[in-house]
Design a protein around this ligand. Structure first.
Ligand code: F6R
Length: 609
């Protein structure tokens, strides 16, 4: 939800800021703006409705010159997407400018107060109050003023600010929304996400909640707390390949990221599997501690929640620990029964999802040990958790999660195997055998990519449809949910998912001639039951797509289109079937003329509740 960027140094700021916004655009793309301090310390600003490209096109005609600037790409919360509501915002005197990612919950009261003081607002946003507060409280130092301002704010923020009175200085603040800073020989940078800084440095400093930083023109960064105490920076080293955040010849990031899955999964496995054992130091607990875990809570949202559903089934099957899993926005307000014998798995690609963070903090306060499963180095979840399992998928730019999802499934399987072994429920021989099965998955996924024509053909059943149903059983009931979500979010076609057996308890009523129904039906222990469900929908005229195991002749009479799964162990079919469902969703979305990377109304990182 929104991306912020700041630069001060010896170079022209405009292009650096624009490049940063392009990298951050996945966070929001309804409008964008940039403000640069010119030679005579005047703030020059351009904002445009639409994607960063619109802003870039405008700047080509009328460039902004200056070596200190801030920028923003927006995902609207308060106020419609428009130029008027685009960030950054100037104060009344046009000497202070601020961009904000997050939400100012008490903005209405502050706005009333500031209006009474004579401040004039130019937007409908919550964020603009920050600029006017800085103006009203300015004490001669931007960062010191920002500290005082933040004491008056409620909500979440990553703020970047600059002013005419302190040319060459940018002040930033963070609470609840991600913000990284980087001192470099070519100037000092701040951004919502380290991918925006990757072209400039390999070492970045993620700020933690309650921290402030001053970026100076000589490229230095000073980090302070709310009371002004200077904090020793804790840089992290980025070892991601910068080129992984570029299209590299693919038509869109979704296609690229789907195609990267064999390598991404191999990378994760190579880092966690050695000599037939699972290496998860993050869970390092001796046997007694592992035996003492009596409950696991899995905290996640959206696609990550679907990975949690898979994790629950495997952990309960192999490690015999009861697992609670619910979307974090529900669990956050539920009575949870956590204590020091509880393990919390926080699954989140971005590591910044508001509810996932809030809920894992709640469990931690109750005594639970929190293990984060995330893709983003230095993300908030990673800095707060007791241990982190990085997905190592490389940057996921497309809003729809693909490679991170399959990596979450692999990470979940590793956790389940680790716990089963540690609790003495699975011997070394069986662990080695399961890991060997897991290690064959990247090749199976590569084979699916070679067969993606099957997904393209299957996509044709959605032509003219206004709704669809996705069904699966057992481990693959999560696959059905994920398939439906993927289709819905990028094609805007309604899709609903149910466990297959639940279909006859209501959803079957929607089925009519030509209604698209997708079944995930690999040869597993519930195969025969799912075939019966397929017969039921076929009898009512549905157009059926199946994701089925190679060579399964039994499924042939029940489906018009079949996406064949290369052989894997049954418990791994949610990983391989996910790839077909991603490909199919993309083909449907493309046929409907949708932008698969930037679906409407969605943002990659959802940092407000
Ligand atoms: C769907 C999707 C979202 C996210 C959800 C949680 O493709 O990407 O449903 O899974 O917003 O995000 P993370 O995993 O970053 O916590």
């Amino acid at each position: 939800m929104c991306g912020v960027m700041g630069y001060t140094g010896p170079k022209e700021a405009e292009q650096l800021l624009l490049d940063g916004l392009f990298a951050l655009e996945y966070r929001g793309y309804d409008s964008a703006g940039i403000a640069v301090l010119d030679e005579s310390a005047h703030i020059k600003m351009v904002k445009r409705l639409g994607k960063v490209q619109m802003l870039s096109d405008s700047l080509k005609k009328k460039p902004l010159h200056g070596t200190c600037g801030i920028a923003h790409t927006r995902w609207a919360t308060h106020g419609v997407p428009s130029e008027r509501n685009a960030h950054p915002f100037l104060d009344c005197s046009k000497r202070i400018v601020v961009a904000h990612n997050g939400i100012i919950e008490n903005y209405a009261d502050l706005k009333t107060e500031l209006r009474a003081q004579g401040h004039v607002f130019t937007s409908d946003t919550d964020s603009e109050v920050v600029t006017h507060l800085v103006e009203s409280m300015y004490d001669g130092s931007l960062v010191s003023t920002l500290r005082k301002v933040c004491m008056r704010l409620e909500g979440a923020w990553a703020l970047v600010a600059m002013c005419s009175m302190e040319p060459g200085t940018i002040a930033v603040a963070r609470k609840g929304s991600p913000l990284v800073v980087a001192p470099t020989p070519e100037g000092a940078f701040a951004a919502s996400d380290l991918t925006a800084l990757a072209p400039h440095t390999s070492d970045v400093i993620p700020l933690t909640d309650g921290q402030f930083a001053t970026l100076s023109q000589d490229g230095t960064v000073t980090i302070t707390t709310i009371d002004g105490t200077v904090v020793e920076p804790e840089p992290i080293h980025i070892d991601w390949d910068v080129s992984s955040a570029t299209l590299g010849g693919y038509p869109d990031f979704m296609k690229k990221e789907i195609s990267e899955q064999p390598q991404a999964l191999s990378r994760l496995l190579a880092s966690r599997v050695a000599s037939g054992t699972v290496e998860l130091d993050e869970l390092s607990m001796d046997g007694a501690a592992l035996l003492n875990i009596n409950r696991i809570y899995i905290v996640a949202c959206g696609t990550s929640y679907h990975a949690g559903l898979y994790a629950k089934k495997l952990i309960e099957r192999w490690a015999r620990i009861p697992v609670e899993v619910d979307v974090a926005s529900e669990m956050l307000y539920d009575e949870v029964l956590a204590d020091e014998h509880t393990l919390c798995l926080a699954i989140t690609q971005s590591g910044e999802t508001a509810e996932t963070l809030l809920c894992s903090r709640k469990l931690r306060r109750m005594g639970a040990k929190v293990i984060a499963i995330t893709n983003v180095l230095g993300s908030t979840v990673a800095t707060e958790a007791d241990g982190v399992i990085y997905l190592q998928s490389g940057p996921e730019v497309s809003v729809a999660s693909t490679k991170a999802y399959t990596a979450m499934l692999v990470a979940s399987a590793l956790v389940a195997l680790f716990l089963a072994h540690g609790r003495g429920l699975m011997g070394s021989g069986e662990i080695a055998q399961r890991l060997a099965e897991l290690e064959r998955v990247p090749a199976a996924v590569a084979e699916i990519l070679d067969r993606q024509g099957l997904a393209k053909e299957a996509a044709s059943v959605f032509e003219g449809a206004t709704s669809s149903l996705f069904l699966g059983r057992g481990l693959n009931s999560a696959s059905a949910r994920e398939g439906a979500l993927k289709l819905k979010e990028i094609s805007y076609l309604h899709a609903e998912a149910y466990p297959s057996g639940e279909m006859k308890h209501g959803p079957i009523a929607v089925i009519d001639k030509g209604y698209p129904v997708v079944f995930v039906v690999p040869q597993d222990d519930v195969h025969a039951k799912t075939l019966s469900n397929m017969a039921e929908v076929l009898a009512r005229g549905a157009d059926v797509v199946a994701v089925a195991s190679d060579g399964d002749a039994e499924v042939l009479p029940y489906a018009q289109h079949i996406m064949w799964l290369p052989p894997t162990a049954e418990w791994l079919t949610p990983i391989t079937s996910a790839v077909y469902l991603q490909l199919m969703a993309r083909y449907v979305a493309l046929s409907r003329g949708c932008n698969v990377d930037r679906p409407r109304n969605l943002a990659k990182s959802v940092t407000t509740e």
